[in-house]
Design a protein around this ligand. Sequence first.
Ligand SMILES: [Zn+2]
Length: 338
Amino acid sequence: MTLNRRTTLQTLFALTLASSFLLGGCRKVEELNEAVTMKLDPSLNRAEKSLLRQDVLRLMRYELGGTPGRWFAPVFGGNSGAHALRFLDARVNYLLSERVKFDSRLKLLSSGFFGEEREVVTMAQNVGTVVYFVAAIDQIQNNLPRPRVGFQIGNSKIPVQGPRIGIIQLGAGYSPDRDTPTRIGTLIHEARHSDCSRRPSNAEFQQLINGNTAAVGFCGNLHGICPAGHAFAGYAACDDHAWGSYAVEGVFQSEVARRCISCTERERQSAAMSAADSFSRVRRLDALLAGTLGAPVMTTFDQNLTADMKKLLKRLRKERMAEGKNAEAEVEASAEEL
Ligand SMILES: [Zn+2]
């Protein structure tokens, strides 16, 4: 289905949200592994959890050799696979199953936002960023002193101060049928949606409401409309500003394709194909890679959220130890409930 983007955004932003947005319920949140702060929602079944754990472990073991390309370190903070993992972990805090049902307004808004409805299947979506925009616009439109939309994760209520809340919902496409690099690249892509170099002004939020995503390209890296002649012409599936999610995914995949020593030939080929697809969605790619558009800004205004999320994880671990529960039994239980 093709949505008229402008109308959809205008209509949805006109709606107000009356209640908090809850996640996690009373069931326990799990850690992904000991090396990262990413957390797994109880809505994920055993197969999804094990696929995510396997993919993150694979990324941890990516060994990149050879001469690094120009942009890997400016984007990921260093030239190793470990740097890509750290990039991911700072921006992805919480992973949800595709079966989590959102408020229908959020659900509709998110598909209009990132344009992933054009895809045959959705790989994943950064719902945290969508909720940040919904919360901020709701606050502005209703003259509220603070956002009234928040996430409840486990027993903790988290205010949505910015996209770094890092909540990623897997889509039907995030499955073992895909190559590992495709799934890892998807996580890297979604992670970039968690960056917002500064809080948009009220006037910029208003431009977004009117359908101008490029006006806030620096926040959340929202996709722009692909130009005429592009395979995705007319759909919001391209980067219309420098260093968006597709550019970052392309840099990652092209380096994996070129210099991943620990990857199989098939993995490198898959990464090369993903890189080509990602880069084909970047406007002014040559200028970007030549450095004419400047270096990527990788900071975010809501940096403190990462620290808050780390604190939350510590508390979750403490709670778990105190209860003395067997994590394995819990995974079984949550799988049975689904
Ligand atoms: Zn995206």
